[in-house]
Structures are given as C-alpha cells and as structure tokens.
Design a protein around this ligand. Structure first.
Ligand code: GLY
Ligand code: MN
Ligand code: MN
Length: 493
C-alpha cells in the first residue's frame, strides 16, 4: 500500500520531504504517517456559547471609537509572539488596545473597523471584524507539522466560536494583509505590535494620524467602566494575598535572596491572574533607594526594610500597583519608623486630595508639602523654609518621582493621553490612580546623616475616584506602622 501512497520518494519527485518540527529540530515524516494524521479526529466544534462577560462593554468601547473616526478604516492588532531565543518565545500578552476593544487575547489577532457608507440619516458607523488564526487544518498537516499548529500550542476557538464569544464577526487573519493592501480610503493603525500588518499598510498610513488613534484609545481608558473597576478590585485583592504570601516567607528570603520574594509573589499572580503587571520590585535594604530595582538578587537582612512594589495582573489584563515597605524582622527601628511615618502622612494627605473636581496635580502637591515639611524639620535643608524648598523643588533630591499615575490595563495607564486630558485635568468619577509618595536616602548621599543612608520608603495604593470622594482599592493591606507590625506578627504567629 505504501507504494500507492508514495509512488516516488521525495528525492525522485524533486519535492521536499515532509518534515515535522520537533524541539527545534526537524523530523522527516513518511507519507503513510502524513496520511494517517489527516483523519480519525472527533468534531469538537462548540455550539451555543455565551458571550464573554465584558462583551457589552467592548461593544460600547468600539461604538465610541467608531463615532470619533467616521469614514476611516481602523486597524488594531493584538501583536505577535516575540522570540526569546532560537525557537522559544516570550509569554504572549495581547496589546492593551486590542484587548480593550475586543476582550480577546489571541496572538496574531487584528480588529478591523471598516467604515460603512452613510445611510439617508447620515450615519454610517463601522462594521467591526476580528481577524484570527482559525482552527488548524488537519488535511494539509498544519495541525501537527506547523509550529503554530494546535497540536503544539493547544486548541484555538473556531471562527464561529469566537464570533459567539466576542460578539464580533470573525475571519481568517491570514487573508488580512492582502485585503489591507487592496483596500482604498483612509486608514489608521495602532503601531508597534504587528510588523506584517504594518508592512501591508506602509503606503497608506502616516505616523501623525496613527498617533491620533493611539491618543484617542489612551484617553478613552481614563474613565473606567463597571467591568474595569471590578477587575481592578480583583487585581488589588489578589495582590494583597500575594503580599501576605511574602510576609510568611521572609525567613526563607533571608536564607536565600530577594528572588524568593519575587518568586513567591509571582506564584500568586500566575495562580489567580495572568501574570504580574510589571516586573516586581523586591528591594531589600539599600536597594529600596533604587526606584526600579528589578534585579532582585540581593540579600534580605533582619533589621533592614523591604520595599515591595508588585501587582497582580488579572486574567482580563487589569493590574494593581501596590507598594509596602516592611521591617524584615517585623519591627521598625525608631529612625525607620520616623521616615515611614512621614511617608504615610504624605500619602494620607495625597489620598485626601483625590476627589471629583480636584486637579490631577493636587494629590502630588499635598504629598510633597508634607514631605518637604518633615525634611525641613529634620534639618536636612539647612534653615530654608518649606515654601522656599517647594518653590525650588529641593525636596526632590529625596522624593525623586511623581506621586502617582493612572492605573488600568497598563500599570502606567493612558500614557498617550494629551496633557490637557491627564496631568492638567480635573479628576472624574471612574478614574483610578496610584498615590505613592516616597523618601529615598541613597547609600552614598553625603548630605544626610550617616544613619539615614540606604533607607528607602514608599507606600503605594490604588485609588478609585468616586462620586463623593474616593475608594482605596488596596485598603486590605495595612499602612499605618503599628498596624503593619501587628499584621506581620499575626501572619507569622
Ligand atoms: N511600579 C511602578 C510604579 O509604581 O509606578
Ligand atoms: Mn508601583
Ligand atoms: Mn505606581
């Protein structure tokens, strides 16, 4: 029978032998095996699927986008896998813009908003289509011979299943570059995620018009809807559990390194969410004065502080961003506590300034004023008064960074929003932001007494602006010094 299937060897026919990718190498495949693998598979198509929980929200978000760019084709890619080394890839995380508008997270997915000709009432709007990799074909072997075949990477939803789940008509993404090349009329795309899609559009898009689309999608996310607020709460609750996990293993971290803390928090993030929302900052001792300490390879010592800045990203890609500064042995020294209390007082002043109608800058100014006052009191700024210090910004040698930022799917969310819609705006209910003052005395800072050097303290919470003020989404974690000590003692009791 073999002869009937393969009358010629591949060499005689001049054809390439069939090969299967395996662990970075290729294995040749007999025609018999290739034929065998085509059949004998059950039909697993799913029917009557319920729409995903946020389908109504994503539909409303797409409607707002459509209204803003009438008559224009809009292309929003999820992005592709990125090579880590040879044939292994980084964990995939869909672009924020794509996930926000579709609720989907498939690699290679693309949302296309196709303008519809205006009817007699003048409104056309857009027809949304989601372009996805379909189920793998078993007949042509891609199911098991191709690196993106479902046998290797797992079952995907069929296009029909995706339509039911997402509420968006779905088509095969492999046809999209050609369609985009042939399409006429104005186009905008979100850049930086999918080189093949961008290549299909090169002569049709301009950087400036694409940037306007990115800015719109950043500003659209400034005010969170009910689904997003619930996700942010989930992220904060998981994060609180992750911080508790860390407190319980501080003795093991002392016996190893900051990596034990990173790994412990990561376990919680992976079990309850998608990932960490950013590289965890597990900064013990003087590392706390390095704002983005993510090497996390240092020693964890009793008597020093641990600055842990970490956030769980939920399965729907909303992240918390929380910092606690904890005494590794469970008790603050008097100097650590003095510095900690000042940061806590600054944070309280900052949180109190978060309410609808307040300027975005108010909470930063309130926190900076407290910190400058304490720094002057401690004699670190000579005989200069607080007003002069604030005018010259001299406190910033030790406060270093802004007091907070918008939070959402990106840890530094809405970053492309225009100044007038973000830092120069007034707060509105539904905005969510961090309040995160800190004081950092570098180990080599000769302008402060020696005992201050190497101490860094930040306290960071995630604050939702409500109709009548604010709600602290991360309030499950104590902040006041006595409460922190009591909480640590209870967890280790
Ligand atoms: N985790 C980075 C930040 O606090 O902004
Ligand atoms: Mn943070
Ligand atoms: Mn932050």
């Amino acid at each position: 029978m073999a002869e009937e299937l393969t009358p010629e060897t591949p060499e005689e026919s001049g054809e390439e032998p069939i090969k299967q990718r395996k662990n970075g190498l290729y294995a040749e495949v007999s025609d018999e095996l290739a034929e065998n693998m085509k059949s004998g598979w059950a039909d697993t198509e799913l029917h009557g699927l319920e729409p995903i929980a946020q389908a109504e929200h994503t539909a409303r978000r797409r409607a707002a986008l459509s209204a803003h760019f009438p008559g224009e084709r809009l292309v929003i890619p999820a992005g592709n896998l990125r090579t880590r080394s040879n044939d292994t890839e980084y964990a995939f995380r869909a672009s924020t813009e794509y996930a926000y508008l579709t609720g989907d997270q498939s690699e290679d997915g693309v949302l296309v908003m196709e303008p519809v000709a205006a009817g007699s009432d003048g409104t056309g709007g857009h027809k949304a289509t989601i372009y996805l990799l379909p189920r793998s074909n078993r007949e042509n072997g891609e199911f098991w011979l191709d690196g993106q075949g479902e046998l290797w990477v797992g079952r995907r939803h069929s296009l029909a299943e995706a339509e039911q789940l997402l509420g968006i008509p779905a088509k095969d993404v492999r046809e999209l570059p050609e369609r985009l090349r042939e399409a006429t009329g104005p186009v905008r795309a979100v850049r930086g995620h999918d080189a093949a899609i961008e290549a299909a559009l090169t002569d049709k898009v301009t950087a400036e018009r694409d940037e306007e689309l990115r800015v719109f999608l950043s500003e659209a996310r400034l005010v969170k809807d009910a689904f997003e607020i619930a996700e942010l709460q989930k992220a904060c609750d998981s994060t609180a559990r992750g911080f508790e996990d860390v407190v319980k293993v501080l003795d093991r971290a002392e016996a190893t390194s900051e990596r034990y803390i990173e790994g412990t928090f990561f376990l919680r993030a992976r079990v309850e969410g998608n990932d960490v929302g950013y590289g965890s900052i597990c900064a013990a001792g003087p590392h706390a004065t390095t704002l983005h300490w993510v090497r996390n390879d240092g020693a964890v010592r009793s008597g020093e502080l641990l600055l842990l800045d970490a956030g769980v990203e939920t399965t729907e890609l909303y992240t918390a961003d929380v910092t606690r500064t904890l005494p590794i042995n469970g008790r603050f020294t008097p100097l650590q506590r003095k510095i900690y209390d000042a940061v806590h007082e600054a944070q309280e002043a900052g949180i109190a300034a978060v309410r609808p109608g307040a300027a975005f800058r108010d909470f930063h100014d309130a926190a900076q004023r407290v910190l400058a006052t304490r720094l002057v009191e401690w004699g670190l700024l000579g005989d200069m008064d607080v007003e002069k210090v604030l005018e010259l910004g001299l406190q910033r040698r030790w406060t270093l960074h802004g007091t907070g930022h918008m939070l959402g799917m990106d840890v530094h969310d809405c970053a492309a929003a225009r100044t007038e819609r973000y830092v120069d705006t007034t707060l509105e209910p539904g905005m969510c932001l961090t309040v995160e003052p800190g004081l950092y005395f570098q180990a080599d800072d000769l302008t402060v007494p020696a005992e201050y050097r190497g101490i860094g303290v930040r306290i960071e919470d995630d604050i939702l602006v409500t109709e009548d003020g604010n709600r602290n989404l991360s309030e499950a974690l104590p902040r006041q010094a006595d409460e922190v000590e009591a909480w640590m003692a209870r967890l280790n009791g």
